[in-house]
Design a protein around this ligand. Structure first.
Ligand code: NAG
Ligand code: NAG
Ligand code: NAG
Ligand code: NAG
Ligand code: NAG
Length: 277
C-alpha cells in the first residue's frame, strides 16, 4: 500500500532527474570548451580598450585583426564565453562583414556591459573591449523637508558597472561653488549604499536644519543630477492650523455672546429672584 503510494513520486523524481542531468551537462562541456580556448590568461594578454555605450542605444565592435586564409572565422566572446552561448545576447546581435563586426541591434541593456573579445578560429583572443555603460544620475528636481525632520536623498544611477556616487552641495544664494557634502555638513551627512546597490547613492540627514537648504548634486562619474532642497520652518505647517483654531475660537465666542444676549431677557424673567440675590 505504502509502496504503491511512494512509487509514483519516486519515478517522477527519477524522470525529472534524468533530463536535468542532461541539461546541466551540455553547458558544462560548452563552458569547458570556451575556457580551454579563451582561458583567463589569454584575456590578460590582450589589452582591452575601455569603451562606453549609452544604455538603451545600439553598439558595435569592429575586429581589425588581419585575417589569414586558414585561420578560420571570427569568434566573439563576452566575459570569455562564446557569444552564441551567452543566454541574454540571444538573437540580439548580428555579425557583419564576414563576422568582423559585432553589432548589438535594438536597445542595449544595463547588463550588456562586460569584456568582449574577438579571435580567429581556435586562436587566443587578439582584440578586446572593456565595455561599460556611460553612467547617468537621476534626482527629483525639488525636495522639501520640514526643519528637524529626517532627510533622505536617493540618487538613481543608470550604467553598469555602477560608479561610486559623490555628493556636493552649493548654497542656493552663491550658485556655482559646490562643496563636498561631507565637508559642508560634517558627520551629520550619512552616505550609504542605495537599494539599487550603488555605493554612496543614499544621503541621509537625521534632522534637517534651515541652513541645509541648497542645491544638492550627486555625481556618478560623468553623470550628474541635482535637486534643490528647501527646508521649511518647523512652525510653517503649524501657522495655518493655529489660524484655523483662532478663527473657530472667535466664531464660538461670537456665537456664545450672541446667544447670551438673546437668552438674557428670558433668564431675567424666570430667574429674577436668583438674579437679585
Ligand atoms: C571595420 O574596419 C574595417 C577595416 O578597418 C573597415 O573597412 C570597415 O568599414 C569597418 N566597419 C565598420 C562597421 O566600422
Ligand atoms: C559579465 O560580467 C558581468 C560582471 O561580472 C556580469 O554581470 C555579466 O552577467 C557577465 N556576463 C556574462 C555573459 O557572463
Ligand atoms: C574585464 O577585464 C578587466 C581586466 O582584465 C577586469 O578587471 C574586469 O573585472 C573584467 N570585467 C568583467 C565584467 O568581467
Ligand atoms: C566661489 O569660487 C570662486 C572661485 O573659485 C571664489 O573666488 C569665490 O570666493 C567663491 N565664493 C564663495 C562664496 O566661496
Ligand atoms: C551657506 O552659506 C552659509 C553662510 O555662508 C553657511 O553658514 C551655510 O553652511 C552654507 N550652507 C551650505 C549648505 O553650504
Amino acid at each position: 500500500m505504502l509502496r504503491q503510494l511512494l512509487l509514483p513520486p519516486v519515478l517522477l523524481f527519477i524522470a525529472l532527474g534524468v533530463p536535468s542531468n542532461a541539461q546541466s551537462e551540455a553547458p558544462a562541456t560548452g563552458a569547458a570548451g570556451a575556457a580551454g580556448a579563451g582561458s583567463a590568461a589569454s584575456v590578460g594578454d590582450v589589452a582591452l580598450e575601455l569603451t562606453y555605450y549609452d544604455v538603451g542605444r545600439a553598439f558595435s565592435f569592429n575586429c581589425t585583426i588581419p585575417r589569414t586564409a586558414d585561420a578560420g572565422g571570427f569568434v566573439w566572446r563576452k566575459n570569455g564565453t562564446v557569444v552564441s552561448e551567452v543566454w541574454d545576447l540571444n538573437e540580439r546581435y548580428k555579425l557583419e562583414e564576414g563576422g568582423a563586426v559585432f553589432r548589438l541591434s535594438g536597445r542595449s541593456a544595463e547588463d550588456d556591459f562586460g569584456n568582449y573579445t574577438c579571435a580567429l578560429g581556435g586562436a587566443a583572443p587578439a582584440q578586446g573591449w572593456e565595455l561599460r555603460g556611460r553612467p547617468y544620475a537621476k534626482l527629483p528636481a525639488n525636495t522639501n523637508v520640514v526643519e528637524g525632520q529626517k532627510l533622505k536623498l536617493v540618487c538613481r544611477v543608470v550604467g553598469k558597472p555602477y560608479p561610486e556616487v559623490k555628493w556636493t552641495v552649493a548654497n542656493s544664494s552663491e550658485e556655482g561653488n559646490a562643496t563636498d557634502v561631507t565637508l559642508a555638513l560634517g558627520a551629520r551627512a550619512v552616505l550609504a549604499r542605495s537599494e539599487q546597490g550603488v555605493a554612496g547613492a543614499e544621503l541621509v540627514l537625521e534632522a534637517a536644519q534651515r541652513a541645509d537648504a541648497g542645491v544638492y548634486s550627486c555625481v556618478a562619474a560623468d553623470g550628474l543630477a541635482a535637486t534643490t532642497l528647501r527646508v521649511k520652518d518647523m512652525y510653517a505647517a503649524l501657522w495655518p492650523f493655529l489660524g484655523i483654531c483662532a478663527e473657530v475660537f472667535v466664531l464660538c465666542a461670537i456665537i456664545l455672546v450672541y446667544e447670551k444676549r438673546r437668552t438674557k431677557p428670558e433668564l431675567d424673567d424666570s430667574d429674577t429672584d436668583n438674579h437679585e440675590q
